[in-house]
Design a protein around this ligand. Structure first.
Ligand code: MG
Length: 384
């Protein structure tokens, strides 16, 4: 079923006191609205229409462009704004969402879509945790039972033909509503609720932008991994190979491959981040094809394995502990080699080196140890 999403961003947000649309104020380093748009950037939605005021049109269109979302100009009231967008929508189901709710997540949205399919309407709602009261002239006149009080959130989902006809009538009658469920209730029928979440807060006041309530922006599409490797000295050789760089040393590292302990840690970190098996699985030590192998070439194979699994490296941080040889003069070369093998810009790779202050096997000069963390990004369709 074709789904149209309408995101309301045409308000002034005066209660936040930013002297501009609060949705353009920064939240976690990006305009608040950007976070909301990002949640709806999944292919599940056939069209996303963002309602903007004339004043903010340029800025909001620029935010929408990378996502391929349309913008429409809103009206004087929320009711008029949503109506303008509904007239442009072409889906069978319309989800209407406040741009000021960036903490919405996929579960909530799915609940809403499923609710519409089942009941014809689905208003995301969360049970009220405080005691609610009706107040007039500063006096409590009634206290509804807590279990029957919910706070209504967005998205609010409907069949497009129903909600469009309700809005047509509301505009015709000159009625103004603060949410879509009220419009539906006035002209179509009793709206059904679906499970929202207490975390799906609305940014209203300036302090909400400091996320004092512990709001969390879900980071998707990133993975982290950790890898460690150790090799011991003892090979009759006058260098060690670290990140493909041959560094003079009074002893080489014992290994079946070239003993590149640093690259081995990198490979394990990358494989681990992708949820794959360790390097011993892909390059077994008893396989003579890997005798004396150039570990950078194996790293390139790991990068191909990641690509087959839908990932690409996004950042590496490598720490090497060695009492000998002195590594500082070689760090830049090591970075360059890693960058090339991983198809990463050098600035996304960190390589640090230190000794172990004479402690343990590293400190006693018996071997070299390397630790690496890796960040991977999911490859989206059409990216490479
Ligand atoms: Mg190793």
């Amino acid at each position: 079923m074709k789904i149209s999403v309408i995101i309301c961003a045409a308000g002034k947000g005066e209660r936040a006191g930013f002297n501009k649309n609060k949705l353009l104020a920064p939240l976690f380093g990006a305009p608040a609205l950007w976070h909301t748009l990002r949640v709806f950037s999944k292919p599940r939605f056939d069209e996303v229409i963002v309602v903007s005021s004339k004043r903010d049109e340029q800025e909001i269109s620029a935010l929408c462009a990378p996502f391929g979302f349309k913008t429409v100009i809103g009206g004087e009231t929320r009711t008029a704004s949503v109506y303008n967008a509904l007239k442009r929508a072409t889906g069978e189901i319309a989800l209407i969402h406040d741009g000021a709710r960036p903490f919405v997540n996929e579960n909530i949205i799915l609940n809403c879509i499923n609710g519409v399919k089942k009941y014809g309407s689905a208003i995301c709602a969360a049970p009220f945790t405080d005691t609610a009261a009706m107040v007039e002239d500063g006096k409590i006149i009634s206290v509804p039972q807590r279990k029957s009080v919910y706070s209504l959130q967005t998205p609010q989902g409907f069949y497009l033909k129903d909600i469009l006809s309700a809005y047509e009538k509301a505009v015709r009658d000159g009625n103004v509503y603060t949410d879509d469920s009220s419009v539906y209730a006035a002209y179509i029928g009793e709206p059904h609720i679906c499970e929202g979440s207490e975390g799906n807060k609305k940014l209203t006041y300036a302090q909400d932008f400091n996320c004092g309530y512990g709001g969390v922006i879900e980071v998707t599409g990133l993975r982290t991994g950790f890898g460690v490797d150790v090799h011991s000295f003892g090979k009759e050789q006058n260098f060690v190979t670290l990140c493909g760089v041959e560094i003079p040393c009074d002893s080489g590292l014992i290994a079946h491959s070239d003993g590149d302990v640093a690259v081995h840690a990198v490979m394990d970190a990358l494989l681990s981040a992708a949820g794959l098996k360790d390097i011993g699985h892909y390059f077994p030590v008893d396989d003579e094809r890997f005798d004396g192998a150039d570990s950078l070439k194996l790293l390139a194979q790991v990068i191909s394995l990641l690509a087959e699994s839908g990932f690409k490296a996004s950042g590496l941080s490598l720490a090497i502990q060695a009492e000998k040889p002195r590594l500082a003069p070689y760090i830049n070369q090591m970075k360059q080699k890693l960058a090339k093998a991983c198809s990463l810009p050098e600035e996304k790779i960190g390589v640090t080196a230190g000794t172990s202050e004479g402690l343990g096997f590293v400190g006693e000069g018996r071997g070299i140890c390397a630790y690496c963390t890796a960040v991977l990004k999911e490859i989206k369709d059409g990216e490479n």
